[in-house]
Design a protein around this ligand. Structure first.
Ligand code: ADP
Ligand code: ASP
Ligand code: MG
Length: 440
């Protein structure tokens, strides 16, 4: 029998009752032998994730604000102790919490602090299931550049295969210096994928609070259509562009081994969920679009210059300016006499935009340069788009009819996506208009 890896997200670990429901899911299938867990997430809208509280603890120690630290740590402690109570077993959490508190006060790193939510969640799940706890630092390794080290897979296989079943905390591993290091936010999904690859699992199950992937974010469009299956490539495009049901980098470990992912709902375990597969072969001719996703907070710098295409080294000079400031770009759409740089606002430190504009003017001497801050990007994704003539015409007509001004267009060379840049205030309307055109 093949192995299934179950990863439970923060919503599936939020309180004692849902942890017991998650454990029941594991116990209902003997092939669910390895479990990866996130820190307790939000129990209700407006609640604070344990990971966010841990980051706040770290900040308060940095600021030498002991009162603030005590208040926040108290919230974390209360949360874990109420989980212990709901589970109805002595899990030894008080001693663990005391030790963590001592270490944070002694100046442990930000990543150590942030990782403790997963560490404690792992201890809880291990005790509930009666299955060994294997710390992620024993096999998830990062290299000196902070990237996942390839040796993780062989080491993971060696360490985990010593156990018939195991619980592993998500989100972190060991840095090249031998300290705790986390993935980026939401990275428990990557840990699950790493364990799946190390053990050559037959399936990576990602348990969350929705019954799979929807055609768009259910917080933006009311009750969007459920997607039964999508390809690795479509998942990568959608998750990178904001469909945060799965971390956009979770695909890489499983892609190499061709392991399917299933997104399933802890609160409705009988639902089929969404399967993410290496390839989706039965592309529908009637349904060109698989899904829509978007992200806010981008800046677009558009440069216009006649005969730009004939000017040798033009793009190189433009990109050298970004390189000099260590800034990466998201997209680089271009026409005959225009080119746009689309940059995530997170990369534009205070005041750097003005410097970039000045240096770009000096470097390429444009006829016109315009800057739009507050841009949202919306990606329409689907393998069917290449096969359906007129998809982009439908998309742009729908946006025009909805009165949405498109500030930028980029179509991936694989014809798998069309990305539009719109004003941040048009974000929800833009997604709704595209959804209505292709799904209603
Ligand atoms: P977890 O705590 O289980 O890791 P996340 O909050 O990370 O959960 O991911 C699940 C959430 O992703 C859903 O509650 C939903 O609001 C959001 N989401 C965003 N885009 C989509 C989408 N296209 N399909 C389904 N859920 C989506
Ligand atoms: N707990 C971490 C976060 O909130 C990681 C995760 O949930 O996957 O980002
Ligand atoms: Mg998540």
């Amino acid at each position: 029998m093949g192995i299934k890896i179950c990863k439970f997200g923060g919503t599936s670990m939020a309180d004692g009752n849902v942890i017991l429901a998650s454990a029941k899911i594991v116990e209902s299938d003997a092939s669910r032998r390895y479990v990866v867990v996130s820190a307790p997430g939000k129990r209700f809208s407006g609640d604070v994730k344990v990971t966010d509280l841990l980051y706040q603890c770290y900040e308060s120690v940095l600021d030498k604000n002991t009162d603030k630290f005590e208040k926040i740590f108290e919230k974390i402690q209360a949360r874990f102790l109420s989980i212990e109570k709901e589970i109805g077993k002595d899990l030894g959490l008080q001693a663990e919490l005391d030790e963590i508190k001592k270490r944070i006060l002694n100046g442990e790193s930000e990543d150590y602090c942030a990782s403790r939510g997963e560490y404690l969640a792992g201890k809880i799940m291990s005790a509930v299931l009666g299955v060994p706890f294997v710390d992620a630092t024993e096999f998830i390794r990062f290299d000196e550049h902070g990237l996942l080290d390839e040796k993780t897979y062989a080491l993971g296989s060696q360490v985990l295969k010593k156990y018939n079943r195991a619980v592993v905390p998500g989100f972190y591993g060991l840095s090249a210096k031998g300290t705790v290091k986390t993935f980026s936010r939401g990275g428990g999904d990557i840990s699950g994928a790493v364990v799946a690859r190390a053990l050559r699992a037959e399936l990576y199950e990602n348990w969350t609070d929705v019954s799979g992937f929807y055609a768009c974010d259910p917080r933006v469009v009311n009750a969007p259509k459920w997607i039964s299956k999508l390809s690795y490539q479509e998942l990568r495009e959608l998750s990178y562009m904001g469909a945060n049901v799965l971390h956009s980098e979770a695909i890489f470990p499983v892609r190499v081994a061709g392991i399917p992912i299933r997104i399933c709902n802890t609160f409705r375990p009988e639902d089929t969920g969404t399967y993410i597969l290496p390839k989706v072969t039965d592309i529908s001719l009637e349904q060109p679009v698989t899904g829509i996703a978007g992200k806010k907070d981008f800046t677009v710098i558009t440069i216009e210059k006649s005969l730009m295409n004939a000017e040798i080294g033009f793009t190189m000079r433009l990109l050298t300016v970004l390189d000099r400031h260590g800034i990466s770009f998201e997209h680089l759409p271009s026409g005959i006499d225009t080119i746009s740089l689309v940059i995530d606002n997170a990369n534009l430190r205070h005041g750097v935009l003005d410097v970039l504009v000045k240096e770009i003017k000096d470097a390429v001497n444009p006829d016109l340069l315009s800057v739009h801050t507050d841009i949202a990007l919306v990606a329409t994704v689907g393998h069917g788009m290449a096969k359906n003539i007129g998809t982009s015409a439908r998309l742009f007509k729908a946006l025009g009819d909805a009165g949405i001004n498109v500030q930028m267009i980029d179509q991936g060379s694989s014809e798998l996506n069309i990305i539009v840049g719109v004003n941040k205030d048009d974000f929800a309307n833009c997604i709704q208009a595209i959804y209505n055109e292709f799904f209603n």
